[in-house]
Design a protein around this ligand. Structure first.
Ligand code: ZN
Length: 196
């Protein structure tokens, strides 16, 4: 993996510098990094690792909270400065089409974890080596990580980063995503504070 390009990107949250990292020059699915404000890697840096969710990020799907989390994170990063890494691991790594197949199974009564299993996939196939590569490439060592996911904390600690703080990214629950959020909390151990 290598840095392919960095350039300025004005966003609705504020000015950012966007960088694309890929395996080859015309990588069709590059990892993206949005750096808001002056990121000083000699100090702890606020970081959000957001895994791609086409339906949530682009179409505002209410089956999950990804779109809201992306919006909340970028808003906060633009205020305090920091880095969003957009990891191309759609559907927790199973891909968009398989995720939609899992949605169909969920409509038949399975939860998000059971649906993945029925399709022959683990609950979560994501890995964080590429994320670690990008953070190291940026010279970042100490991280204030915006996450509810203990696996992400552990993965980045194992990759040698010092997590100085966990900042929760709690989106509003709604009738459509409540069951999904409960599964995330109860089956996947996410640190969520949900209304019952
Ligand atoms: Zn999502």
């Amino acid at each position: 993996m290598k840095l392919l390009i960095s350039t300025a990107l004005p966003t609705r949250w504020g000015p950012a510098e966007i960088s694309a990292y890929g395996e080859r020059e015309n990588d069709e699915s590059p990892y993206l990094c949005l750096a808001f404000g002056q990121v000083d890697p000699s100090k702890p840096v606020m970081v959000r690792v957001h895994s791609e969710c086409f339906t949530g990020d682009v179409f505002g799907s209410r089956k999950c909270e990804c779109g809201d989390q992306l919006d909340m994170s970028c808003k906060q990063l633009a205020i305090e400065s920091g880095v969003l890494i957009y990891a191309r691991q759609e559907g927790r790594g199973i891909g968009l089409v398989n995720k939609l197949k899992a949605y169909k199974l969920q409509d038949q009564g399975l939860d998000t974890a059971q649906a993945n299993e029925q399709l022959g996939f683990p609950i979560d196939m994501r890995t964080y080596e590429k994320v670690a590569f990008i953070l190291k490439d940026m010279g970042i060592k100490d991280i204030r990580l915006m996450t509810n996911n203990p696996d992400k904390l552990e993965a980045l600690e194992e990759a040698g980063f010092n997590i100085v703080e966990r900042i929760p990214v709690q989106a509003e629950s709604c009738t459509f995503n409540m069951a999904y959020l409960r599964t995330k909390r109860d089956v996947m151990g996410h640190l969520l504070d949900l209304e019952e």
